[in-house]
Design a protein around this ligand. Structure first.
Ligand SMILES: [Zn+2]
Length: 380
């Protein structure tokens, strides 16, 4: 077998890995013995194998003993790093060649490195554990005396997450920024009697009508808006013939949010081929990513309990004085923002803690009503 493979053998998304091939590879017309293509940049397998081994050693310890929960080099590269191009069906032969004289690629002796306590499994389950605890074990962590169960791990974990990543995602939304909000009108409702083209009808729901959402529990109404009309409409999951109100708002002051759309800046920290790889950051990055997936799930199919974990993270962020969270819309092209501001309050609410009113931060500049003519959104 020849002593080279090529760039086309590998997942094109592994940027740093491909940068290494570009730097140390060579051009030739020969067909790659592994992926059978001719156009890729060729590279010596021993040289590339040494580089890959360095990456594995950055993230995994070789325990020298075969263990059921441990991984082999091939499993790490194939299942965890997703290193190979999916059409490369000779990935196992290639791994053996790359690690020739280095190690047996099927021996399960590697464990993920940890900076904190806990086992390998926990690294991958941290969001799931968090979500489970929020739903079924201990929802209100700030009322829990320290030291019971594993509940306080959530507080510690959120604190570390905040210090290591979230505070770096701070972003300011300038005054005068236009944002949009859509509301589907129930067919039984009548304009003039049940709703109007006004702030009450398009603003956040009052506390008696507030349903739980991705970021807010029932009874606590937040102000959800989208970057543009199309995104706002898609968030509403509208169907043909439904009527909708669409409101255009302008922000009145500088607003500070956590910008979750920037969370991918930590991708480097989880790339085992990057010198910046950090075991701790790998855990946080996973948490950030799962939060983003959760907030993007459709509203209508979820039971209220599905939102508990994301609601808790939102309330935690609110506790630091942020005005809201900005996140990628799962259905539209734009972003969404949830502002921790509620509806206008009745005068007698002065005796209680209330959310600040959304009219403090945004002004309705236009509201229109129309009927959806086409079915443009397909359910996932
Ligand atoms: Zn190849």
């Amino acid at each position: 077998m020849s002593d080279f493979c090529c760039s086309n053998c590998f997942n094109p998304k592994r940027d740093r890995f491909h940068a290494f091939i570009r730097k140390h590879g060579f051009i030739s017309d020969e067909t790659c013995p592994y992926c059978k293509s001719a156009g890729g940049i060729k590279i010596d397998t021993a040289k590339l194998g040494t580089f890959i081994k360095e990456g594995i050693d950055r993230a995994y310890d070789d325990t020298r003993e075969e263990n059921e929960t441990s991984l082999s080099v091939f499993e790490i590269l194939n299942d965890r790093v997703i290193l190979f191009e999916w059409e490369n069906h000779r990935e196992h032969d290639l791994t053996e060649k790359l690690f020739e004289g280095i190690c047996d690629v099927d021996k399960k002796t590697y464990r993920l490195k940890l900076e904190s306590e806990g086992d390998d499994e926990e690294q991958y389950r941290i969001w799931r554990n968090f979500e489970h605890d929020c739903k079924y074990f201990n929802r209100f962590f700030d009322l829990t005396p320290r030291g019971t169960g594993k509940a306080n791990r959530r507080t510690d974990m959120l604190q570390k997450l905040y210090e290591s990543c979230l505070k770096n995602l701070k972003e300011e939304i300038e005054p005068g920024t236009e944002l949009f909000r859509a509301r589907v009108i129930d067919s039984k409702l009548k304009r003039g009697r049940d709703y109007n083209l006004d702030e009450v009808s398009i603003g956040p729901a009052d506390k008696n009508n507030s349903q739980s959402g991705r970021m807010n529990p029932e009874g606590i109404s937040y102000f959800y808006v989208a970057e543009d009309e199309a995104t706002a409409l898609k968030e509403g999951r509208l169907r043909a013939n439904e009527r909708v109100l669409i409101g255009r708002f302008k922000t009145l002051k500088k607003l500070t949010v956590i910008d979750w759309t920037k969370a991918n800046i930590y991708e480097k920290a989880v790339d085992i081929f990057s010198p910046k790889y950090s075991p701790q950051m790998a855990v946080y990055q996973d948490f950030l990513r799962r939060f983003a997936i959760e907030v993007g799930k459709p509203n209508e199919t979820a039971k209220p309990i599905e939102y508990v974990a994301t609601q808790l993270v939102a309330e935690y962020v609110r506790g630091y004085g942020f005005d809201g969270i900005k996140y990628d819309s799962a259905v539209g092209n734009g972003f969404d923002v949830v502002f921790f501001y509620g509806p206008e309050m009745m005068p007698e609410s002065g005796d209680y803690n209330v959310l600040p009113e959304y009219t403090d931060i945004a002004q309705l500049t236009d509201v229109r009503e129309f009927k959806i003519k086409i079915e443009y959104f397909l359910e996932p």
